[in-house]
Ligand binder design. Structure first.
Ligand code: ADP
Ligand code: ASP
Ligand code: MG
Length: 453
């Protein structure tokens, strides 16, 4: 039996957090593998350095080293600190060589390489800590473990087949001999051996992919809240944690904005029926949320609500487009290069696509090549957000969507686009970004907690 335990940034972000994580790992009775994010704030710090035209690299190195070595000084005795320092210096000189060589800055994978450096150091620290507690542990980079990725910079996908072959050779024997591997999350390596990240927050997905590759029995995502909650607790303070969810519910919510899970976390686990648990590293005794095939019905109408902002609706107009499926297919093809399509909606003479703001120029560029005779116009409406409401058998509840839209109307928000029926667990609709937080709050108070604020 293998359990994969993933620790997010805050769960490895300080001496206390690292100690908590180490205790959770060693207490796990199954064979185990840990996957870690960078210490909290480190990825943002690295991305910020890359975006700063006047960046002072020496200052970057000093701050980076200070953050890690200060914590190391708090958790290691003198002897352990010395051996950690040796390993740290080896990785740190590679990190500096990467940034110092200006030729690297033009490599399309450079940003992925730099932004994923933090994971190499947090994993090292945790492996040393576990070793210092008397267990056998080793820090493995994605290169060493054999986590492979395909795709474009900043949005890689794990190559599950290749990863599973390499993990069977590199990681499984280690685990079976009682060693605890601590693997870097967030990135894999592409076929040229270059780091390719899975997008921000990608360590959740890395853990699920590693779980898939190792045929694990459980993937645990250790974070800073009591599991998957009925809404983002930062937005809705009375949000409650959800005991159990099925894969589709969790996947829809993660895809449509619930930041507790990277949007693509569920699929690699679901493919092999591996249960996923969301747990709180600050409160390990809390049961958290179990995500699996089954589900228990709840009394509340809605289980959870999430929102995704920074989206745009791109609408194509053409008379009776609905009677011209070939034109529709051609239009759809023009959106083939965007990162994700969050919604499609059609009428007799329009076809609307919901995409991320950043993808709009790409989509418009491609549409420009389309035969203009075919198209009467293109409108772009930016500044919209998608609301995703997930509940048990939503579609079977007659009048439910009417009640939801009634609540939205009560706070004076406009519904811009609706997708109902595509998924049997969620109701999705688009509102202006400035109303999105209020929509989440009213839906939560009316349909989850039952207490209007
Ligand atoms: P980690 O560093 O552990 O990956 P993240 O910050 O990425 O943690 O994700 C955890 C955060 O997600 C929580 O602190 C919470 O504010 C936010 N969040 C958003 N939606 C939800 C939700 N539905 N349930 C729980 N947390 C949520
Ligand atoms: N450290 C990465 C990030 O901040 C990956 C992760 O935390 O999941 O995006
Ligand atoms: Mg995260």
């Amino acid at each position: 039996m293998i359990t994969v335990l993933k620790f997010g940034g805050t769960s490895v972000g300080s001496a206390e957090a690292l100690k908590r994580a180490a205790n959770i790992i060693v207490a796990e009775k199954n064979d185990k593998v840990a996957v870690v994010s960078a210490m909290s704030g480190i990825t943002n710090f690295l991305v910020g350095a890359l975006e700063d035209k006047n960046v002072d690299l020496e200052e970057v190195y000093t701050k980076f080293e200070e953050r890690h070595m200060t914590v190391a000084g708090e958790i290691f005795d003198e002897e352990r600190l010395e051996s950690f320092r040796k390993d740290f210096d080896e990785r740190f000189s590679q990190f500096k060589a990467l940034l110092n060589d200006r030729d690297n800055w033009n490599d399309p994978f450079f940003k992925d390489n730099v932004s994923s450096q933090g994971e190499r150091f947090s994993s090292l620290m945790l492996a040393h800590l576990i070793s210092s507690m008397g267990y056998k542990s080793v820090a493995l980079t994605s290169e060493m473990a054999g986590v492979y990725a395909i795709g474009n910079p900043l949005s890689g996908s794990c190559d599950l087949k290749k990863t599973s072959v390499s993990m069977a050779m590199n990681v499984r024997p280690m685990v079976e001999s009682g060693v605890i591997p601590i693997i870097t999350g967030f990135y894999g390596i592409n076929e040229d051996g270059k780091p390719l990240t899975f997008g921000r927050g990608g360590s959740d997905y890395a853990a699920s992919a590693i779980g898939n590759a190792l045929d694990a029995d459980m993937v645990e995502i250790w974070t800073d809240v009591n599991g998957f909650m009925s809404a983002d607790p930062r937005l809705v303070p009375d949000a409650v944690s959800i005991e159990e969810m099925n894969y589709s519910e969790a996947a829809e919510l993660a895809y449509f904005g619930a930041k507790v899970l990277h949007p693509r976390t569920i699929e690699p686990a679901r493919m092999k029926h591996i249960p996923v648990k969301i747990k709180n590293s600050y409160q390990p005794e809390h049961p958290g949320t179990l995500i699996h095939n089954l589900r228990k019905k709840r009394d509340a109408l809605l289980k959870s609500v999430a929102m995704k902002s920074d989206l745009s609706i791109v609408t194509l107009r053409s008379g009776e487009i609905a009677y011209r499926p070939k034109l529709m297919a051609k239009a759809l093809d023009k959106f083939g290069e965007v990162d994700a399509i969050y919604g499609v909606s059609t009428s007799l003479s329009t076809m609307a696509f919901l995409i991320h703001n950043n993808d709009v120029p790409k989509a418009l560029g491609n549409l420009r090549d389309m035969d203009l005779e075919d198209l009467e116009g293109i409108d772009v409406k930016s500044g919209v957000a998608l609301i995703c409401a997930v509940g048990d058998d939503l579609l079977d509840r007659s009048g439910f969507s009417g009640e939801v839209f009634g609540a939205v109307k009560d706070i004076g928000a406009n519904v811009e686009m609706i997708s109902e029926g595509a998924s049997d667990v969620s109701l999705n609709f688009v509102v202006p970004t400035e109303s999105a937080a209020d929509v989440i709050k009213i839906l939560h108070s009316r349909f989850v907690s039952g207490v209007e604020q």
